[in-house]
Write a protein that binds this ligand. Structure first.
Ligand SMILES: [Zn+2]
Length: 386
């Protein structure tokens, strides 16, 4: 963020704190002039010279641009900038040039094979014409590998209709656990957070925003470092003991999920449209913080085992999406989901549902467009109901 901010201040690139990848249509007539000025990139811009600049909807779209368009070079020639600044500048400039190059042409192949009656299918592609990839052709393979989109499998050349026996090649491989986040992958994960949110409406709202804003995401991560919740281990980001302890103290799952951001985004949007009062939103935040502090202050260090209400032999254990009876292997199928309607239960809710038959606090919910307080209960048949 600092590097791009410096480039902007030196007037080498346009306004950086944007979350669009589109250009406004008023940029289009300025494109040949900017390309002309990029003298260090002459080997790429020469190929576009004298030709009509392509105007793709994937690049120019006023509807996708609000205050500022995507980051592009201004045409001012950089001089005396550091190697790191140079790298960032190069990324922006190459991307800018490449969008005016022709498409990369690929041939998609599907190969069907079978061993006796067992069928196998392989799909992949061959690059026929490099197109925009020419701009990236001199990037080292290591750099190319960092590109966000995973390349499809590149296939050997097959002639259409080709058939005949082939010698099989066996390879033994192992799957790997997901790798640790680096700062770059964590930023990307924040951008796309919300994909895992179940609620359709919230997921849709989050698709555009993720967690944070382009201008704040790096600072959010920085704050976690400063407060010692996460630490660097070479390029990896790892959770510290303090961080893990903090997360384990917060029983309320909603605070730890991307869904809360989604709910807030929705309310902020409703405020924009005048359908929701700012004061109400603030009051809700105060309530929530109060409730959370209360919960953390009053919970015991070691949670007591909660007995199973069905078989009374087992106790409740946390699974992936529900609590279940520890005696499941001997046939007790009792489970209590983490979520019921729009409510996410905490461990404390689970305890009071089982021991007292009802949730320990009341939930606000909309009933016929009016807000009502209601409780969740576990009935005699061990089913949840409002
Ligand atoms: Zn049981």
């Amino acid at each position: 963020m600092n590097l791009i901010q410096n480039l902007y201040e030196q007037k080498l690139t346009t306004y950086p704190r944007v979350d669009t990848t589109y250009l406004s249509e008023d940029i289009y007539p300025k494109v040949p002039g900017i390309l002309e000025k990029l003298q260090f990139y002459k080997r790429f811009t020469d190929k576009l010279k004298g030709k009509k600049i392509r105007k793709s909807k994937k690049v120019f779209d006023d509807k996708k641009v609000t205050d500022h368009h995507a980051i592009i070079p201004t045409g001012v020639t950089p001089s005396g900038i550091s190697a790191q600044h140079q790298k960032v500048y190069d990324m922006i400039t190459k991307r800018f040039i490449s969008v005016f190059y022709p498409d990369c042409k690929v041939s998609n192949s599907t190969v069907l094979g079978f061993v006796k009656e067992v069928k196998f299918k392989a799909t992949g592609k061959q690059i026929l014409e490099m197109g925009w990839r020419e701009v990236y052709a001199d990037t080292s393979p290591k750099e190319q590998a960092k590109e966000p989109q995973k390349e499809e499998q590149v296939m050997p050349v097959f002639v259409k209709g080709e058939k005949g026996p082939h010698t099989p090649d066996f390879q033994e491989k192992h799957t790997k656990p997901p790798s640790y986040y680096s700062e770059a992958t964590l930023l990307r994960a924040m951008e796309s957070a919300g994909k895992q949110v179940d609620d359709d409406e919230l997921r849709d709202i989050m698709k555009e925003n993720g967690i944070g804003r382009p201008s704040t995401r790096a600072n959010i991560i920085e704050t976690l470092f400063k407060r010692n919740y996460i630490a660097r281990q070479k390029k990896r980001i790892i959770a510290t003991q303090t961080g893990q302890h903090l997360i384990s103290l917060i029983e309320n799952d909603i605070l730890k999920s991307a869904e809360l951001t989604g709910q807030w985004e929705k309310k902020i949007r409703d405020i924009e449209r005048g359908e929701y009062a700012v004061e109400k939103f603030k009051a809700e935040l105060f309530d929530m913080v109060n409730e959370l502090v209360h919960q953390v202050k009053h919970q015991k260090a070691e949670p007591k085992k909660i007995g199973c209400p069905k078989c009374s032999k087992g106790h409740m254990i946390r699974g992936r999406s529900a609590w279940g009876c520890s005696e499941w292997e001997s046939g007790c199928k009792f489970t209590l989901p983490f979520k019921f309607k729009e409510i996410t239960f905490s461990d404390k809710d689970m305890k009071s549902l089982i021991e007292e038959g009802e949730s320990h606090y009341r939930f606000k919910r909309m009933v016929k467009k009016k807000e009502e307080l209601s409780k969740v209960t576990l009935n005699k048949k061990l089913k949840l109901e409002w």
